[in-house]
Design a protein around this ligand. Structure first.
Ligand SMILES: *Cc1c(COP(=O)(O)O)cnc(C)c1O
Length: 396
């Protein structure tokens, strides 16, 4: 079908809630092709999802193999894939229980519901989250999100959320009241401009919440799943710190499915017991197909050491872009692993994204003034060099 026809059909039949541009047709590895036959280096990866690049053979294989056996069962039945994938996630995080979802925000909802249930005993319900955070688009997700723009005209906003500045332990401490139940933060704020939590902040939050009897919940939907070079971003941020750190809940999605819609909520024991029979549910979550994909993605990343690759290549990208900082449109560069943010000067993120795409590089904006580079985990050194070169040509 002609590209113009496709965009016309969108106008007529699809909710106009996103600013869309290219008509994409096919992809291979780090490259994606549009309707004009133009090829792009894709460092947007569908907002940090396509961690193995486009059309990875392993994904095709597992989808074909598993779909020949069992695609969907509902959660009224047991199947091997959910058992083994949950065991694998627990081995990477800690003693707890997993609930599978089909998206990031459902994983967030799950950890929020577990927290609310735990608080119901004591009449506490308030959850402290960070300004500039992003936690998804459901009614609870937009209430949790620390950005006014996502809530605009969707009121009344679900009560029970308080927003404080990120990376500011004192602000959390000051916000705690006798209604407080939990603190929820991203390990690295994504939509909010690629801002990693500091080690001191994470350790401080854990000490504070342990002492005050509050839950610490982590939104690792974007920064987790090996994006930061370790399974969860907090594990990466704290890797040189001796002190034990275990959150009480973790939400995951995006990269863990490599493009297949897959999310997971991990809840630490003993809080996991709060979610007992009948308290929560999903029709699609944790299907044989989804779990087979999740497990295969995990095994592949570990077998091919793609966690190390994205760490090395992410560092190279960061170094390459940092060398350009201070020149024309690049103010500063920050990030962790394969999640790099470029703070722009004198150009909006939307305009920069367009100009970069015109020169063959796809990245995504994070707010109005920051570009987000989220390369696939199997990206090559040469592709990193190309991305830096295009960025230099367009932004400097
Ligand atoms: C993308 C994202 C979500 C929401 O995930 P969906 O799959 O879009 O529901 C939640 N939190 C963070 C940090 C995200 O980046």
């Amino acid at each position: 079908m002609q590209a113009a026809k496709i965009t016309r059909l969108y106008e007529k039949h699809v909710l106009d809630v996103a600013s869309r541009r290219l008509v994409l047709v096919s992809g291979q590895g780090s490259k994606v092709r549009d309707s004009e036959g133009r090829e792009y280096l894709d460092f947007g990866t569908g907002i940090g999802v396509n961690c193995l690049g486009h059309a990875p053979p392993a994904l095709t294989e597992v989808l074909v193999e598993q779909s020949r056996k069992l695609v969907h069962t509902s959660n009224l039945y047991y199947h091997e894939g959910q058992a083994t994938y949950a065991r694998a996630l627990n081995a990477l995080i800690g003693p707890g229980k997993v609930f599978f979802t089909s998206s990031g925000v459902e994983a967030i909802e799950t950890i929020l519901k577990a927290a609310r249930r735990w608080g119901a005993r004591s009449g506490r319900f308030e959850i402290i989250t960070a300004k500039n955070s992003f936690h998804g688009r459901t009614l609870a997700g937009i209430a949790a999100t620390g950005q006014e723009k996502v809530r605009c005209d969707f009121g009344p906003v679900m009560p029970g959320f308080v927003h404080v500045p990120f990376n500011d332990l004192g602000a959390v401490e000051a916000a705690i009241t006798d209604r407080t139940l939990a603190v929820l933060i991203e390990g690295v704020q994504g939509e909010g401009g690629v801002v990693p939590a500091t080690a001191e902040y994470l350790i401080g939050l854990r000490r504070l919440t342990r002492k005050s009897g509050h839950l610490l919940l982590l939104d690792e939907v974007q920064c987790g799943g090996f994006r930061a070079g370790r399974f969860q971003s907090y594990q990466r941020i704290l890797e040189d710190i001796k002190e034990d750190f275990m959150p009480d809940g973790v939400a995951m999605a995006k990269a863990i499915g490599a493009g297949y819609p897959l999310g997971a909520a991990w809840i630490a024991d003993p809080y996991s017991m709060m979610m007992d029979y009948g308290s929560h549910g999903t029709t699609y979550g944790g299907s044989p197909l989804a779990c087979a994909v999740g497990l295969r993605v995990l095994e592949l990343i570990q077998a091919e050491r793609l966690d190390e690759n994205i760490r090395t290549q992410g560092e190279a990208l960061r170094a390459g872009l940092t060398a350009l900082s201070g020149r024309r449109h690049i103010a500063t560069v920050r990030g962790l692993g394969g999640m790099i943010g470029v703070e722009l000067a004198g150009i909006t993120a939307a305009a920069a994204v367009r100009s970069l795409a015109d020169q063959g590089l796809i990245v995504v904006p994070a707010g109005q003034h920051v570009l987000r580079y989220l390369p696939p985990f199997n990206v090559s050194a040469a592709e990193i060099e190309t991305a830096v070169e295009i960025s230099r040509a367009v932004l400097c």
